[in-house]
Design a protein around this ligand. Structure first.
Ligand SMILES: N[C@@H](CCC(=O)N[C@@H](CSC=O)C(=O)NCC(=O)O)C(=O)O
Length: 285
């Protein structure tokens, strides 16, 4: 693993790394914010941030403005890329933004030509945490968050690995990919036509299946001026499932906010405080 960037930021460091991924079969970048407390001897908890369509590991780092509060809270934030990358990694034949490069959907693909490299689920759940444990002073406590496609990834990964995460949050997540154009296109390509294989990657399905056995804290924020709100099954279907199950997830709706990083930057502190509380860094959210 090689460090390829380092910027002093709120008394800590915003760093970028490059490493060979055996799971993805290619070289990957990821970004890490180390708060000032990382220079001490205590292991710090990690918040994984999963970004949306078209993003790399850098969109969140540059646009969300999370570092100021992460520095105060003593929280490491890890932002991975959104798909495998590089020569030899297939892309959508028409260069579409919602399939292939920048659109890994956090699944393990089973279909040609994707199956060899598109294994973002295993990369986030297994390879990346192991790499972080081996190289940095991180504690075993972790939380996960994301936006849109990354909100889908965060919810699916946390719901399927609830013992690994103290909390999960999402901005404008795709919560029912089985029933929306972005999800149907990606899951169809990566997993094939058998929709039973899609269920493992649908947050609504997972919550309905497992909600009765879970105590995972969930928070979702949604802008009401989001152009994708209804067309891409964002947020509301998951709220309906949580109401149906009486699952105590938090849903916050915000008039006038859209799907962009302006929304994320406006509300990211609420998510960091939510996770800090459940990670045991603070008494109150
Ligand atoms: N180009 C597309 C939509 C692309 C887009 O809005 N991407 C979002 C995530 S959407 C769901 O995963 C994003 O985070 N973009 C990067 C950024 O820095 O804003 C279109 O215009 O329709």
């Amino acid at each position: 693993m090689e460090q390829v960037g380092a910027n002093r930021c709120f008394g800590g460091w915003q760093k970028r790394y490059h490493h060979p991924s055996s799971v993805l079969g290619c070289d990957m970048h990821f970004s890490v914010y180390f708060p000032p407390q990382a220079e001490g001897s205590s292991a710090l908890p990690v918040l994984y941030w999963l970004s949306g369509l078209t993003c790399t590991d850098e969109n969140f780092v540059i646009k969300a403005g999370a570092q100021r509060l992460a520095a105060e809270l003593g929280m490491i934030i890890v932002a991975p890329d959104t798909s495998p990358r590089g020569d030899g990694v297939p892309d959508a034949p028409d260069g579409a933004y919602d399939l292939g490069l920048g659109a890994g959907f956090y699944v393990n693909a089973t279909q040609a030509p994707w199956a060899q490299h598109y294994r973002m689920y295993d990369y986030i759940v297994n390879e990346l945490p192991t790499l972080l444990q081996a190289n940095f002073n991180v504690s075993s406590k972790a939380a996960i968050a994301g936006h849109s496609m990354g909100g889908h990834g965060a919810l699916v990964i946390a719901l399927s690995n609830a013992s690994r995460f103290s909390s999960v949050s999402a901005f404008a997540p795709i919560v029912n990919p089985m029933e929306c154009p972005w999800g149907q296109k990606a899951l169809g390509a990566y997993l094939g036509d058998d929709k039973t294989a899609w269920q493992d990657y649908d947050a609504c399905h997972l919550l309905r299946q497992q909600g009765a056995f879970l105590s995972l804290p969930i928070r979702v924020d949604q802008g009401m001026a989001d152009d994708f709100l209804d067309s891409q099954q964002l947020t509301r279907p998951l709220e309906a499932v949580s109401v149906e199950l009486d699952y105590p997830a938090e849903f916050h709706y915000h008039p006038d906010y859209d799907h962009s990083y302006f929304f994320i930057a406006s509300k990211i502190d609420d998510h960091l405080r939510f996770h800090a509380h459940h990670l045991g860094l603070t008494d109150a959210p």
